[in-house]
Design a protein around this ligand. Sequence first.
Ligand code: SAM
Ligand code: SF4
Ligand code: SF4
Length: 334
Amino acid sequence: MPLIDTLNRPLRDLRISVTDRCNFRCVYCMPKEIFGPDHQFLHRDQILTFEEITRLSRLFAAHGVQKIRLTGGEPLVRKDLPELISMLSTIPDLDLTLTTNGSLLPKHAQALKDAGLKRVTVSLDSLDNEIFKSMNDVDFPVEKVIEGMDAAAAAGLTPLKVNMVVKRGLNESSILPMARFFREKGYILRFIEYMDVGHTNGWRMDDVVPAAEIIQMINAEMPLEPTDPNYRGEVAGRWRYKDGKGEIGMIASVTQAFCRDCNRARISAEGKLYTCLFAVKGYDFRDMLRNGATDEQISRSIAQVWGQRGDRYSELRSENTTSLPKVEMSHIGG
Ligand code: SAM
Ligand code: SF4
Ligand code: SF4
């Protein structure tokens, strides 16, 4: 039986951050001024071990979780990640996937596939090197990310999805070139509205390019029509090209909140459970894991946390909520 929260939402989807570190400094996620050389990242013994992650994942799966996405920080900077994938892939009937900036995929795609990973989502915000480098802020070139995507596709980590965060004044001019390029390539491009996660990125409502505007822009050149979601609780609204040549996704978390169907929990790298991307409070499971709690006790705590959940931040978002204390995206995972 799946767990049900106070708004009647089941727990189906778990995102696990395997590290708070990253080799990029995306301006909307880990701005350099804050995440500079002096930034204190978690120490190795503060983050969950592969055994701890696997144990927790099994308990969540027993509670009805059907999908686990590994994220970060950048998940591929965590040493020996394929080892974790093989441990998780022993959990029956689990859709196991990963979100990455793609930079290390050429090196790791095959090992990830061999270990049992099913699919990947790769983030890329522009095809224009000047724009992309100004966004990742570490001078990382577009071509290398595309090389990573192609390595993943060649290894069979498909269908491949691409995440593009759109920030007003930064990369709107990349919307059409990205749509054209990935339609040809056959990868599913998903546009993400820039969100007020954390409080270091200086988010303002004016920085958000509404999904409706993006649809309009693409539709004018390549006609689109809405299509049905793949399943209840899918965050990306689906649109297909009328000529049958592929589809795109819209993650309109700011202008069209989808809290009503949100079936997702998150575990941070140090083992805190968050029931919302914008949660202020996390529930510490590392302590339980390291202090001899039994599976039954941990399982009961998961049920308790989900049972009292009533989060719907995006539906309540207003100018007042942006200043609330929130956890950083790189900490909690996307
Ligand atoms: N490092 C990996 C990556 O970039 O794909 C995984 C972690 S990242 C936090 C997960 C996703 O969150 C990425 O697609 C990223 O673009 C997106 N993201 C980060 N900050 C965001 C923000 N403020 N608003 C919307 N999406 C954001
Ligand atoms: Fe790193 Fe991903 Fe955040 Fe960019 S979005 S800084 S790649 S964690
Ligand atoms: Fe789910 Fe929270 Fe996002 Fe709403 S704001 S969709 S509850 S994570």
